[in-house]
Design a protein around this ligand. Structure first.
Ligand code: G5P
Length: 224
């Protein structure tokens, strides 16, 4: 069996974490766990954590560390035998330290995208709530305006992509991310990618992971 590979992708709201994570999951077969999707599932299911998280997310604030670690760390234990990519967690130094006590990371990908680009992207983002499919009305529009390509159901905008919550989210990110970035830099696992365009970042991420992820051992040995 090949070795377990564990990666984190971090970056401000709208930096393309979700978009690049989907490409990584598809190309390298890593299990993709998104903290934002996990929270939205909990909100939809009206779990205790979900009800609490909703009050923070709607205001563009981070969900408290103890709620996040209590939700995410058990989920990571469940998939401990798989290689995974964690998207959106850790966000704070306390979360990074909690994750560090649970496991070692192989790679941390940090996306560095200018503030104006982020604002532009998020105000144009719409999603299909049932599947989590993400559209951008400019970059990646649906075939029919306002409707999901697969189901034809209506698309919605996240509460936290609406202008008031958005600016608060972007400002707050910078403050809390710095110590997390420093923490992973000191551990020698941080790789930063800077650009305004996901399609320019992706080949570099792909080549980094291609050089780090061990090729799976064939289950059947070729005959001599
Ligand atoms: P989320 O869901 O983790 P965010 O805010 O960190 O939310 P978000 O908004 O989902 O991250 P992303 O995943 O970085 O952004 O980016 P994306 O969805 O791939 O791309 C954004 C948009 O830009 C899309 O429409 C996409 O199509 C488009 N796009 C991508 N690339 C390009 C490009 O090259 N060009 C153009 N033009 N467009 C492009 O978390 C939500 C909330 O949950 C809480 C927080 O309250 C958070 O705000 N939360 C946590 N709280 C505490 N601790 C944690 N660990 C938390 N995790 C989540």
């Amino acid at each position: 069996m090949s070795r377990i590979f564990r990666a984190v992708i971090m970056g401000p709201p709208g930096s393309g974490k979700g978009t690049i994570s989907e490409r990584i999951a598809h190309t390298f077969g890593l299990q993709h766990l998104s903290s934002g999707d996990f929270l939205r599932e909990n909100i939809a299911a009206r779990t205790e954590a979900g009800v609490l998280a909703k009050t923070y997310i709607e205001k563009g604030l981070l969900v408290p560390d103890h709620v996040m670690t209590r939700l995410l760390l058990p989920r990571l234990e469940e998939i401990a035998r798989s290689s995974w990519l964690l998207d959106g967690f850790p966000r704070t130094l306390a979360q990074a330290q909690a994750l560090n006590s649970a496991c070692d990371l192989d790679v941390v990908i940090s996306l560095n995208v200018p503030f104006e680009t982020l604002k532009e992207r998020l105000t144009h983002r719409w999603i299909h709530p049932a599947s989590g499919r993400v559209y951008n009305m400019i970059f990646n529009p649906p075939h029919v305006k306002g409707l999901d390509d697969i189901t034809g159901e209506p698309l919605i905008q996240h509460e936290d992509d609406k202008p008031e919550a958005l600016v608060a989210r972007l400002r707050h990110y910078k403050d809390v991310a710095k110590p997390v970035i420093d923490f992973y830099k000191s551990k020698g696992v941080l790789h930063t990618f800077s650009d305004t365009d996901t399609d320019h970042i992706w080949p570099h991420v792909s080549s980094l992971l291609g050089s780090k992820i061990p090729a799976p051992t064939p289950s059947v040995q070729p005959s001599p």
